[in-house]
Design a protein around this ligand. Sequence first.
Ligand code: B12
Ligand code: SF4
Length: 517
Amino acid sequence: MKILLYNPDNGVTRNFMPHLWMFLLQSLTPKEHQVILIDGNAKAMTRPELVAFCKAENIELVGIGAMTRMVARAYRVADALREAGIKVVMGGPHVTECPDEALGKDGGPRHADAVALGEADSYWAQIVEDAASGNLKETYQPAVDAKGNDIKPSLQPYPHIPWETLDLEQFSLVPKFLQKTMSKMGAGWGKFFVVPIETGRGCPYGCEFCTVTGFFGDSIRFRTNESVIEELLRLKKRAREEKGQIAVFFIDDNLAINKKRLKSLLRDIIAADAQLPWVAQISANLLADEELVDLIADAGGKWIFIGMESIDPANMADVNKTFSKPANYREVLEGLRRRNLYAITSFIFGMDNDTVGVSQRTVDEIESWAPGLPVFGQLTPFPATPLYERLEKAGRLHRPKHWLEFAPFVMAHNPLKMTIEQAKEETFNAWARSYSPERNREAIEAIKDAPIDVRIGHLVARLFFRGIYFPQLKKKDWLKLIFQNRKSILHLTKEGLVTWRNARKVKSVKNAENPAF
Ligand code: B12
Ligand code: SF4
């Protein structure tokens, strides 16, 4: 049987990084079946195009995964496929939280033939077998233990994802029209991929807005160090052979949740020479450990995603995140900067103690810290979270099924001290100010003592991150952005060229003095 695994696009940024679930389920598919992967973020297709593709390829089962944010798009795709007579199974966090919606048991239309609840690793092969024999059931879920809790996959052993041979072409982050020019810069910059790797699952912290503790559980499971390192080494080999740039996103929700384990993993990565540039999510409270931050830098860490949420401790208490202390953020970022590590700092507006002006106060504070890549969202009640329940009980949900009428950056509930419209404006202001050409220049200037490659990386990341809020999908968007930031780009390019020429001179002198060098 031929199977398509499909992820709908997120409607804003498109291309960023492939979704791990697709590769994982592909690896767990019994070998007699063939699996094709399409990520709508990287390969845009209209619904009729997708249906025609499935018909032409004789696809009999389509697996669709979606976060809440993209689920309405996912349903529309599923509807089109089912109308064409193709079986659809849906999985991922949203359908796990609202299975009746996908199955049309909540009064709405049906979108899926089957739903896969929770972690599907242990039973995906069964879904495939049932579909192949025409016995697809309506609901699949993990087996439960004596207490009725899901039996979670241990991650030991972990499936082999053949990154070394997979076709990653659709996921190159370098816009097509820039690939030729950038490849002339050498060091494989014509193509750049970010690959997702997990080293563990689960988080015990239980922040009020988060689905992770409910979905993956509050106890954590880790892969072995060996299995992670083996995967890294295969990727590193591929990057070397293809002369491309590959970076890794460790998608664990809190990579340092067990510091002892992370230190051991990082030491092993260093010992195995398995370093690739990587990004990971780590909460601020775990980054005060100097030894850990040293190891992160030595093991290839470049950017740390920190869920800072708010600079107001009252807001942090409201969302059950008091373990993360705004008063410590400056020091944490300084500790990272000392090792040429920088942070993607994530903030949420529209929290209960936020008032008009919150974006200005927050950005003023951010700009007084070591520069990073701030991102701004709004408090969103995802289904099955404690936040959703609290707001529902209080009658504050303005659009209880906000995902069915998705509107970017429009809150689904009424914040306490500002309006939904004001929260939208605050979010716009924060993005516009944080990624203006002037702010980009200031941020690069603030790290003028860092090596040139770090500063170039920082500017490039800023240009990309702006696109999370301000769509920059077309060539003209990029040209405009490059023009607006020309001063910073020219300045760094000149300095980069001088450094590169000097390095070549030193190398050729050394070669002349010692031909064996
Ligand atoms: C990596 C990641 C991202 C990446 C993008 C996704 C990517 N390319 O990988 C980035 C950083 C861009 C991102 C952004 C966002 N993310 Co995010 N992200 C994650 C994260 C940390 C890991 C995802 C992952 O790969 N997990 C590991 C895989 C193995 O698990 P999985 O995807 O759930 O898949 C398993 C099952 O669900 C199931 N399954 C999944 N799909 C399917 C499909 C089928 C057919 C079947 C059978 C089974 C199945 O099988 C898999 C194996 O068991 C998760 C948290 C988490 N731990 O999952 C949050 C998470 C998915 N993100 C979340 C959110 C809210 C967001 C944002 C909206 C945040 C924001 N406010 O901006 C944005 C929006 C993204 C956008 N605009 O596209 C929420 C989603 C909640 C929800 N109900 O939708 C999560 C769960 C985190 C949380 N705090 O609650 N995210
Ligand atoms: S620390 Fe992160 S993953 Fe854990 S509950 Fe809080 S927001 Fe979710």
